[in-house]
Design a protein around this ligand. Structure first.
Ligand code: DI6
Ligand code: FE
Length: 406
């Protein structure tokens, strides 16, 4: 902290804190608490009686409201064009997600729409979704590519993701998901497409500084563990961390594959085995639970939350916002689903959209808890107890959102 420019001091006082600090039990609750920020960083979060408050500080009286860390949506496909309401109607008539995908709908129809949209148009269509997340206290959001599926359009998607962070006061982490689906022009040749991901797309994206991580979709309808391993090998060679859509529709050993590569996270995980959970625990790979997709495709197999607990795997919770399987832009509702469907506790849900979500993005030293040294990313809520954030459905009690002290 020696390097810090001492700037504007802001104090949020007369508050109750859920710090989510790992060293404290439970939610790390502090009654009569205060948060002090110097410019964009927290310098104190604790009992108000212990806070050092300079005379010229800006004071915000929170009148007993609760402060949590700003929320983090650590898995989204927020940048996409158009929507798939028509496909939804087909599914209501009985078609399954896999049937729609095999019949040329699904992800590929979103690829056509994205290729037809300019970067400006993509940003324009995405901002309302980002605004909906931010209105519920989101201060960090991960955004994947994966609807471009060629170099030019994947780079356009990632530039659009970066542009979101310029257009709004929010931290954006961009993830390259070239290995998401096979584009129509690949004519069924997955090997040749993976070679393009590795030889053409990844190096260009890395050179342009457009990606913070690399993701893949390991699934029968997408790519095999061997194909994903090739993508991960080159990601690592370029110094990029990896994540994986693993075991969503079947168990191909995706969780263990992610763990083998020291992945930041493995996501979905409905079909993950006990061995997969154990491997993730050993690697410190975060389990990202995505109840929106589970709900929307009417999955019945639940992720092995109990095994994750037993093995000590950190769990995050995210919207998976995407046009095909999770057109969801509420992290509060997502927590309610995680609790109701998967029996995650209030503490697990809240840690899942703060501390553990930060770890799933490699940002655990910057955000995700109310602790000195972290960015001053706060959500201030008009509630009497933190459980209300998980309990309600379709109600937003956010009072103020603070991103990097503002
Ligand atoms: N798993 C999903 O649920 C989404 N992508 C993925 O890898 C689906 C994306 C889509 O259908 O557009
Ligand atoms: Fe996803």
């Amino acid at each position: 902290m020696a390097e810090r420019n001492s700037g504007k001091i802001t104090v949020w006082r007369n508050a109750r804190l859920a710090t989510l600090a790992a060293a404290r039990p439970g939610l790390g609750e502090i009654e009569r608490g205060a948060v002090v920020a110097d410019s964009d960083r927290i310098v104190f979060a604790g009992p108000e009686a212990e806070a050092v408050i300079p005379l010229d500080a800006e004071i915000v009286d929170c009148a007993g409201r609760w402060i949590t860390p700003g929320l983090i949506d650590c898995h989204t496909h927020l940048v996409h064009a158009g929507n798939r309401a028509h496909e939804f109607e087909l599914r209501l008539e009985g078609a399954t997600y896999e049937e729609v995908a095999r019949a040329g709908g699904g992800i590929v129809s979103s690829v056509r729409a994205l290729r037809g949209a300019s970067e400006t148009e993509l940003v324009r269509q995405t901002l309302p979704r980002l605004d909906a997340l931010m209105a519920e206290g989101v201060t960090t959001v991960e955004v994947k590519s994966g609807y471009g599926l060629d170099r030019e359009n994947e780079m356009k998607s990632l530039r659009a993701a970066r542009a979101l962070g310029e257009a709004r006061p929010v931290t954006v982490r961009a993830t390259f998901l070239g290995a998401h689906a096979l584009p129509p022009e690949a004519d069924g040749d997955k090997e040749a497409y993976i070679a393009r991901v590795v030889d053409e797309m990844l190096p260009a994206i890395q050179a342009a500084g457009l990606a913070d991580a690399v993701d893949g979709f390991c699934e029968g309808i997408a790519f095999s563990p061997d194909q994903i391993a090739r993508v991960f090998d080159s990601a690592h060679a370029l110094g990029l961390p990896v994540k994986l859509h693993a075991d969503q529709l079947s168990d191909l050993g995706g969780a263990a594959l992610a763990a083998r590569y020291g992945a930041l996270s493995a996501d979905h995980l409905e079909y993950t085995s006990e061995a997969g959970a154990a491997a993730m625990a050993k690697a410190g790979t975060v389990a990202v639970i995505l109840p929106g997709a589970y709900y929307f495709i009417r999955e019945t197999k639940k992720p092995p939350v109990e095994a994750f607990r037993r093995h000590g795997v950190a769990m995050a919770v995210a919207t998976d916002n995407n046009p095909g399987t999770s057109p969801l832009t509420s992290l509060l509702l997502t927590m309610n689903m995680a609790a109701t469907f998967f029996h995650m506790t209030v503490e697990e849900c809240l840690a899942g959209v703060t501390r553990n979500a930060a770890t799933a993005l490699g940002l655990q030293h910057e955000t995700g808890t109310l602790e000195a040294g972290k960015w001053a990313d706060l959500a201030i809520w008009d509630i009497d107890r933190p459980a209300e954030l998980v309990y309600r459905m379709g109600f937003n009690p956010l009072w103020k959102r603070v991103w990097r002290g503002q």
